[in-house]
Design a protein around this ligand. Structure first.
Ligand code: SAH
Length: 543
């Protein structure tokens, strides 16, 4: 999981960026009132407690005391304890505080190397043996933490140990080894109960689920199959199922409950002929599941909001962080960045929406995590509808598109962002229209404006004007004027939420086409819309 580099002020920013250069997936979190960073927060204590609860590794660039005091209320409940480190803001000290079993000391060494200082390691076992026995590398799982802690204190107290099984990462560890030792570090996929051993399970078992439609629980069936062969549940590396079952929710739920990846193959990747139900394969070493079949691809259409990071939803940020491929129009893709080296960016022209949507489905069908970006909300004159049009037209020819896990993540649309800046012009009934006649006849637009005018709705106009549509806006205003007085307030929001943001309030009488362009949102009031000081609002009542 990418770590959070938490800073309280600009003084720590340079050190945070040095660490970030080493860990490109990490994000710098800055106190909103003091510093501008990748992610803004308002309250240090609340923020780090939230990160901690989510299991996010925390690297706080401030005094250890501040971090300890902030996290103190969380420490009593033993949940998943993420690595927590305090780093001096000038980079001169690296202090691992919590998260020994999740590799805090390894992280401290890496950060120490990036900052060119020796980390302040205080873990006895780690100091004596050169590494933390309780944090085996990826692909291995410690069977029992409490038993592990006892084992390490026994070794510290003078006991010796053997190593049973293959543990290449312990080759250089300074363990007190003895071939005849009664204690052992045992690397085995088998469920062993042995109070004198440190048991570590390689994740080397694959489970093939031929039939996910049976009534009984997949989790139970997998556990039973493993139990019958004496295998420890933690040795499971992945569930594998036939491609035809890609959309089965029971499989996704089971993989989630077992906390393993779910992969799909056209046929079983090993001999399953003598399996009674779930077929298992036990390999000699941990399995890189990326090499087995493919994942169910995801296609997430997100809205970035009008422009500023503060108006982007956490759900959209999460989708971007998880993305392997990001598609969109250049301006929006840039807004969504920066991206990591492992993320592929596909920039397309704004007019190639349907092609972009098809490309997104093709990538997702290969098992990739794909994100398509729109500005504002993706469902408002943007990519979400284009993606569904592509599916509608393409699914007969490409049945695999239907197996893609599709999700739409909403965003703050330009009309809402503009309205908020101006006050509450959308405080009563309103309608939203695009004035572009690229995808609909102009006559439809005229008719809708007339009906909205007659219905006394506030009107929010997207795409008010472009070079290719020079006369339409003035014509639209003419129609509005048949139903509204010249004093009606009109809000013009340009580049809202972006550095060049400009907001103007004019009257309908003053409104003309040279006040607007493609980057402007136009909100025309109803008969009740009013101005109070600098604010524009439409009361909730009518009369
Ligand atoms: N999906 C977008 C709208 C895309 S249509 C959304 O929900 O906001 C593009 C139109 O949106 C532009 O012509 C302009 O009218 C409006 N728009 C988009 N971003 C804007 C911004 N930051 N400020 C003002 N208007 C904006």
């Amino acid at each position: 999981m990418p770590m959070a580099l938490v800073v309280l002020g600009a003084g720590a920013l340079a050190t945070a960026r040095r660490i970030q250069a080493r860990f490109p997936e990490s994000r710098v979190h800055g106190l909103a009132s003091r510093v501008s960073a990748d992610i803004a927060y308002d309250d240090f204590g609340a923020h780090v407690r939230e990160l901690y609860a989510a299991g996010t590794p925390i690297v706080a660039l401030c005094s250890a005391g501040i971090v300890i005091r902030a996290l103190a209320p969380c420490l009593a409940d033993k949940g998943a304890e993420p690595p927590v480190l305090a780093i001096a803001q000038d980079g001169s000290a690296v202090v691992p505080l919590l998260g020994g079993v999740r590799g805090v000391n390894v992280l401290a060494r890496d950060i120490g190397a990036a900052l060119d200082v020796a980390p302040a390691i205080t873990t006895s076992g780690e100091l004596r043996f050169g590494q933390c026995l309780l944090a085996p590398p990826e692909g291995y799982a410690l069977a029992d933490i409490e038993q592990g802690k006892r084992f390490v204190s026994d070794l510290l107290a003078g006991e010796t140990t053997r190593i049973e099984g293959h543990a290449p990462w312990l080759d250089d560890a300074a363990l007190p080894r003895a071939d005849a030792a009664s204690r052992a570090v045992r690397i085995t996929p088998l469920a062993v109960s042995d109070a004198d051993s440190l048991v570590i399970h390689p994740r080397c078992v694959l489970a093939w689920i031929e039939d996910s439609s049976r009534d009984d629980d997949i989790v139970e069936r997998v556990r039973r199959a493993m139990h019958e062969r004496g295998l420890a549940p933690l040795a499971l590396a992945a569930l594998i199922a036939p491609v035809r079952d890609m959309t089965a929710q029971s499989l996704a739920d089971a993989a989630h409950a077992l906390d393993v990846p779910l992969r799909f193959c056209d046929a079983a990747p090993f001999d399953v002929s003598d399996a009674r139900d779930i077929a298992l394969q036990v390999r000699d070493a941990p399995i890189d599941v990326q090499t087995i079949g493919r994942a169910r691809g995801t296609l997430t259409v997100i809205g970035l909001g009008p422009g500023s990071a503060a108006l982007m939803t956490p759900a959209a940020k999460d989708a971007l962080a998880a993305a392997q491929d990001v598609l969109g129009y250049e301006t929006y893709v840039r807004m969504a960045g920066p991206f990591r080296d492992d993320q592929r960016v596909h920039i397309t022209d704004n007019r190639e929406e349907l092609q972009r949507a098809c490309h997104a489905f093709e990538l997702a069908s290969e098992g990739r995590r794909v994100v398509v970006v729109s500005s504002g909300d993706p469902g408002v004159f943007a990519m979400a509808a284009a993606v569904l049009e592509a599916l509608d037209e393409g699914r007969a020819a490409h049945p695999e598109w239907s197996a893609v896990k599709l999700a739409i993540v909403p965003g703050v649309s330009a009309s809402l962002a503009t309205a908020a800046r101006a006050g509450a012009p959308l405080g009563h009934d309103f309608c939203v229209m695009s004035l572009s006649d690229n995808l609909k006849p102009w006559s439809v637009i005229e008719k809708r404006i007339a009906h909205a005018g007659e219905a006394d709705l506030v009107m929010a106009f997207y795409n008010p004007l472009s070079k290719a549509r020079p006369w339409q806006f003035d014509r639209a205003i003419e129609i509005v004027k048949r139903y509204r007085g010249v004093e009606t307030p009109v809000v013009l929001g340009r580049d809202i939420g972006r550095p060049a943001e400009a907001l103007r309030v004019v009257t309908l009488g003053e409104l003309k086409s040279d006040l607007v362009d493609m980057r402007t949102m136009v909100i025309v009031g109803s008969s009740t819309t009013r101005v109070v000081g600098d604010w524009v609002y439409t009361p909730r009542w009518y009369g």
